[in-house]
Design a protein around this ligand. Structure first.
Ligand code: AMP
Length: 255
């Protein structure tokens, strides 16, 4: 029998949260589900550092600028609960849209510098959606620490800066990217690749690590049939977004 407490109602979760003794430390891992080893690493880190680990699973519509991508986003609820429990989570919250967007998305958080670059330059409104949902979730969970992957480094940085800008009490913890053996960064979207696409996807990490010259890296990918959206360096990191068979994948490494 699963020992996980699953809350679909935020009202019920808040009641549970407010009744926890103040000595209990909460670690929080927000996700969109379709959990893999990357998510598990965040949960395990949280479980090692806190009394209770709360996982949220919510496929956030406001951060999708493409309805097809939203509809096709993988949903693997039963496996997610299994991974959550095995990785040390005690609580799962999975709110519905109407409850968490009780304002109908009238209120939005935006950042007007770094969010306009990289993914923000190509995905209109994406980071407004991300920052808004993360702020809502951070307020709801009221954790001591919240864990984010550097796989989405731009997102991590924007959230870290948001927490500082709004004097949030939750510490934002960045976690290293977990990769497949061939270097491909783990992502829920990878399960949508076919065999040929999956082979091509390994070249993304190669392009990030094997070339000093960005234009040579780009040429390497395009000559292998990978469409490069951006390949840029900021803050001593190399960032990339590509399309493989219509599927958008991102990655970044220190450089
Ligand atoms: P997602 O469900 O894709 O929104 O991701 C939820 C959290 O897991 C985010 O903080 C991601 O950055 C993190 N994450 C996703 N993939 C990985 C990975 N391969 N390694 C480390 N963290 C990851």
């Amino acid at each position: 029998m699963s020992k996980l407490k699953v809350f679909n109602s935020l009202k019920d979760f808040i009641k549970y949260r407010d009744a926890l003794p103040s000595a209990v430390s909460i670690g929080f891992v927000p996700t969109m589900g379709a959990l893999h080893t990357g998510h598990a690493s965040l949960l395990k880190k949280s479980a090692a550092e806190n009394t209770i680990t709360v996982l949220s699973i919510f496929v956030n519509p406001t951060q999708f600028n493409n309805t097809d991508d939203l509809q096709k986003y993988p949903r693997t609820w039963d496996t997610d609960l299994k991974i959550a429990e095995e990785s040390g989570a005690q609580v799962v919250i999975s709110p519905d849209y109407a409850e968490i967007y009780n304002d109908g998305y009238r209120y939005q958080l935006s950042e007007n510098n770094f969010s306009k670059k990289l993914c923000g330059a190509y995905r209109d409104g994406h980071f407004n959606g991300v920052l808004t949902i993360v702020m809502k979730l951070l307020q709801i969970v009221n954790a001591q620490k919240a864990y984010f992957g550097k796989k989405d480094f731009q997102q991590f940085k924007l959230i870290e800066d948001m927490a500082s800008a709004f004097f949030l009490r939750t510490s934002i913890v960045g976690c290293e990217t977990i990769r497949e053996i061939d270097g491909l960064a783990m992502s829920s979207r990878n399960m949508r690749l076919n065999e040929a696409g999956r082979k091509k996807a390994a070249l993304i990490y190669k392009a990030l690590t094997d070339f000093t010259d960005l234009s040579k890296a780009r040429e390497f990918l395009t000559s292998n049939g990978i469409e490069v959206e951006y390949l840029e360096e900021h803050f001593n990191r190399r960032f990339i977004a590509v399309y493989i068979d219509g599927l958008r994948l991102i990655d970044n490494v220190e450089c």
